[in-house]
Write a protein that binds this ligand. Structure first.
Ligand code: OGA
Ligand code: MN
Length: 414
C-alpha cells in the first residue's frame, strides 16, 4: 500500500493515547522495561540520526566560573528531530559544583515563605522545616517547593500577591544558560523544585499556566537518573524517551514548550556519573576560580537595570520583613554591603530606580551568593554527608519558568 511507509513513521495516532502506552511501559515493575529505545546522551549519539549534537559559539566570558559551570564552548548540546525546540545539555557543571544546588534545594529553597507540600502535611509551625535533613520523616515526605510566584496546584494559577523574590543564584544560573542559548529576553519568575524517590513518577502533563509560551522552560536535575518522556501537543503523539542524569539541563522552547512530558521511572545512577558530578575540585582549582572573579558587579549576566513589576505596599512590607530578618543574622558589610541595605522588593518587570532597589534579585551588584565558598564548605565529609545520603535514593529537579510576557504585569497581561 502506498501509505504504508508514512503510517509507520507517523508518531501520532488520532485515537490512541500513545503517551500513556509508553508511560506505562517504562513505569512497569513486572515486567521491567527494556531501555534500548531510551536515548543516552552520555554515549555517542552519532549513530542516532534523530539526534543532532551542537556546540555554542558564544563570545568568551568568565561568568560561567562564578556559577560553577564549564565554559559554554565545552557544553555538549543536543537537539532531537522529533521534538523541535527541545535542547538537552549534558551536565555543564564543573566537578563538585552540583553540591551547591543540592544544598540550596534542600536547605534554602525549602524555607518560608516558599510553599512546600509539607505545609499541608504539618500545618503547625514553619520551624518544623528548619532542619529537613535531620528529620527522616520530613525527607521522605518532601515532594515539592515553589519559588518566585508560588504556583497554586489546585487552580493551576500564579498570583501577583503570592510572590517571593526569586532566588538570585538560580536566577543568575538560568539567565546565564538562557543568554548562552540566545534567549535574550528570558526572565526567571517562578520555579518548582521536585523531589523524587526511587518509586516516584510524574504523570504526563503540559506546563501551560504561564502567560508567555514563547519563553523557554529550564529543567535542571541532580542525583539519581530519570527516564524522561516528551511527546507532542496531545497525548496521541508517541513520546521520545531519554535518560536524564545528574547535572543535565533540559530546555523546552518552541513547540516543545507545550509538549506533553513525564517522568515514568527513576533508576539508580551509574556510579561514574555520580563521581563526575560530586567529586570536589582540588584546592588549586578553587584558587584559580576565585582569582578570576571580580567584585565590581560585572560578573553577572543580569542587566544592571533589570525590568521588574510594580509591587503593592503590602508586598513591600512583607519583603522588608523577610529581608530585615535575614539581615539581622548576618554581619553588615559582608553579606549585605551597607549601600544596598535600602531596599524595596519590586517584582520582575518594574523599572528599578535608585530609591527602589531590589536587594534580593535583579540588580547584579547586589547579588550576594558565593558558590565557591559554599562548595568549599561542603567539602568536609561531615557537611556533605547528609546531602549525599539523601541523594542515594533521590532525584531533585529544578524547573524554572517565566510567567509574564516581557513588559507585562498581572494587571495588563491580557
Ligand atoms: C515539572 C516537570 C520534570 C522533571 O516540574 O513540571 O515536568 O524532570 N518536571 O522532573
Ligand atoms: Mn513539566
Amino acid at each position: 500500500m502506498a501509505t504504508f511507509m508514512s503510517d509507520t513513521c507517523d508518531r501520532s495516532s488520532p485515537e490512541v493515547d500513545l503517551f500513556k502506552v509508553d508511560f506505562k511501559y517504562y513505569k512497569s515493575r513486572k515486567p521491567p522495561p527494556k531501555y534500548d529505545n531510551c536515548i543516552n546522551f552520555t554515549f555517542s549519539t552519532t549513530d542516532n540520526h534523530l539526534v543532532t549534537p551542537f556546540k555554542l559559539l558564544s563570545p568568551k566570558d568568565d561568568l560561567h566560573l562564578k556559577l560553577g559551570l564549564k565554559t559554554p564552548a565545552e557544553w555538549e548540546c543536543f537537539k532531537h528531530q522529533q521534538c523541535p525546540g527541545l535542547i538537552f545539555i549534558r551536565n555543564p557543571f564543573l566537578p563538585g559544583y552540583q553540591r551547591y544546588w543540592v544544598k540550596q534545594c534542600l536547605e534554602e529553597f525549602t524555607k518560608k515563605p516558599n510553599k512546600t507540600n509539607l505545609d499541608s502535611v504539618y500545618s503547625s509551625s514553619s520551624d518544623t522545616f528548619n532542619n529537613i535533613l535531620g528529620n527522616k520523616e520530613l525527607c521522605k515526605k518532601l515532594r515539592w517547593v515553589t519559588l518566585g510566584y508560588q504556583y497554586d496546584w489546585t487552580n493551576k494559577l500564579y498570583y501577583a500577591n503570592e510572590y517571593v523574590p526569586f532566588p538570585p543564584d538560580l536566577a543568575e544560573l538560568t539567565t546565564y544558560l538562557a543568554r548562552k542559548l540566545e534567549f535574550m529576553n528570558f526572565t526567571p519568575e517562578a520555579g518548582i523544585v521536585n523531589f523524587y524517590h526511587m518509586d516516584s513518577t510524574l504523570g504526563g502533563h503540559t506546563d501551560h499556566s504561564e502567560y508567555d509560551m514563547t519563553a523557554p522552560l529550564f529543567s535542571i536535575s541532580f542525583g539519581q537518573t530519570a527516564v524522561f518522556l516528551i511527546g507532542g501537543p496531545t497525548k496521541t503523539t508517541k513520546p521520545v524517551a531519554m535518560f536524564v542524569n545528574s547535572g543535565d539541563v533540559i530546555v523546552m522552547s518552541g513547540s516543545a514548550r507545550l509538549a506533553y512530558h513525564a517522568v515514568p521511572r527513576i533508576i539508580p545512577a551509574r556510579s561514574e556519573l555520580m563521581v563526575e558530578s560530586f567529586t570536589l575540585p582540588g584546592e588549586g582549582d578553587f584558587a584559580d576560580i576565585n582569582t578570576t572573579l571580580n567584585a565590581d558587579g560585572k560578573d553577572s549576566c543580569l542587566p544592571p537595570k533589570a525590568k521588574v513589576a510594580k509591587t503593592s505596599a503590602e508586598q513591600n512590607s512583607i519583603c522588608f520583613k523577610n529581608i530585615s530578618s535575614i539581615k539581622s543574622t548576618k554581619t553588615e558589610g559582608t553579606f549585605f554591603p551597607s549601600e544596598t541595605i535600602k531596599v524595596g522588593c519590586p517584582q520582575p518587570h518594574e523599572e528599578i530606580t535608585k530609591s527602589n532597589q531590589c536587594l534580593i534579585s535583579c540588580s547584579s551588584k547586589n547579588i550576594t551568593f558565593n558558590i565557591h565558598e559554599e562548595v568549599r564548605k561542603l567539602g568536609t565529609d561531615i557537611s556533605w554527608q547528609p546531602f549525599e545520603d539523601f541523594l542515594k535514593t533521590s532525584r531533585i529537579n529544578m524547573n524554572v519558568r517565566q510567567v509574564l510576557p516581557e513588559g507585562k504585569t498581572f494587571t495588563n497581561i491580557l
